[in-house]
Design a protein around this ligand. Sequence first.
Ligand code: IMP
Ligand code: MG
Length: 178
Amino acid sequence: MLNDIEKILVSEEELAEINKRLGAQITKDFEGKNLLVVGILKGSIYFMTDLTRNINLPLKLDFLAVSSYGGSTRSSGSVKIIKDIDIDISGYDVLLIEDILDSGRTLKYVSEMLTTRGANSITICTLLDKPARRVVDLSADYVGCSVPDEFVVGYGLDYDQHYRNLPFIGALKREVYE
Ligand code: IMP
Ligand code: MG
């Protein structure tokens, strides 16, 4: 598994720092709100579990799954909900948790869909941002860090469902997916 990694882009230590920083900021910003943290499966699971343990507020957790890339490194452009949120989100301040903001299509679709359901507010938190690849006009409210235009895996992010359990974020060697 490690042989397939070109280089480490975000180390375990840096991930811990990101979770501390974002957790403290979110704790400040959501004080007194009706916080519902919604993770987008499956890429956000490690980030969500570490981040929420740095949020010092009462909150609820839920999940949403959307259609994924499969064995490709490019999104198809169409987004489909595979698993919906269980909770009726009306009146909640929803914090959407995503692994990486790439073209922006996924988060645009999901945030617009949730807005129509009467949420009090929708806020976007992404671990990684790849601004070079954006095709829709969307930016996140909270960003862990930006990454260059390379295919990255680990800490939840996959290539064809593999590498999610790497404890860091690494760039995948091109020969693995080309
Ligand atoms: P978007 O809709 O193009 O912004 O794509 C977002 C989704 O694409 C993320 O939730 C990831 O699942 C996937 N994705 C985009 N870039 C990468 C990458 O470099 N590594 C792994 N998954 C990626
Ligand atoms: Mg994903």
